[in-house]
Design a protein around this ligand. Sequence first.
Ligand code: OTD
Ligand code: ZN
Ligand code: ZN
Length: 350
Amino acid sequence: MSQAEFVIRRPDDWHLHLRDGAMLNAVLPHTSANFARAIIMPNLVPPVVTVADATAYRERIMAALPEGHQFEPLMTLYLTEATDPADVEEGVKQGLIKALKLYPAGATTNSDSGVRVIEKIYPVLEKMAEIGVPLCVHGEVTDADIDIYDREAVFIERVLSPIRDRFPDLRIVMEHITTEDGVAFVNEAGDNIAATITTHHLIINRNAYLVGGIKPHYYCLPVAKREKHRLALRAAATSGRAKFFLGTDSAPHPTHAKESACGCAGIYTSINTISCLAHVFEEEGALDKLEAFASLNGPAFYRLPVNEETIRLYKSDAPLELPSTVAVQSETVTVFDPGFPLHWRHEDMR
Ligand code: OTD
Ligand code: ZN
Ligand code: ZN
């Protein structure tokens, strides 16, 4: 399909880091300008582990929302070995908690409170399967002897497959898949297993951060892999299959913290994701699948209504001029550079 204009339901972001304080204030307007809802990651310092933490965090997000913006944060809890199944059930019943997040300890930014011994969370997983609340997983093992490029495949084999076999009804989102192994696992699994795919993993492979000098603004976790994996992700995202939907994993860090001898992982894409995605889907001849990926498949999996509002996407001759950085007090956050000019714009339909 090739066309210069089309309308889709307003997108949602099924995996987002909003942070807190000044950073929250700086980045939330980009999300609320572009998305109706987002699954809010709980990896604050300290993490969001109880329903009381999530209630307070939700209030801080709503207080930071610019006037006139409509946005619904979908809250999650950070699973620890001490998570109480009764608290989880209460949060889900209240309608506040939409998912629980499993971070293997040490797998990504602020994941030190994550799970070390998976069996310890079996009682919570049992409760989650019973009440139908999804488990979102960061699907990488953290064992020092496993090569970073193999950590997703090994996680599938050692952790995810056993969880699926033990809890066949548990609804699982394998977050930010980065390999053909992740795509295959999800494709072969039942309808209770889905995956999010980020914008940047559709655009960059591992050359982006390693060739011609080290490029910290393309460093994130899971790291981008070989080209064949990027192509598998593109095929999955543009397939229209209900199992695959957008989770930007937009993860802002101060520029100086990434441009460092030990730079932080995370790529900031909230501001230009929709233009980047339209570019990718057009390249793949799949603009007619963008709505499924960005606006329909996520709510279907999370058993939420689709958004009533729509946006119009259109192509302009002049490339979009977005800032390369966003100010956060005396710091900046560097915006993802897709490496090509962006011609797709969008506006709200009224
Ligand atoms: N990956 N950075 C962060 C989280 C994600 O694994 C993730 O979800 C972060 O900064 O919170 C990143 O590279
Ligand atoms: Zn993650
Ligand atoms: Zn994330």
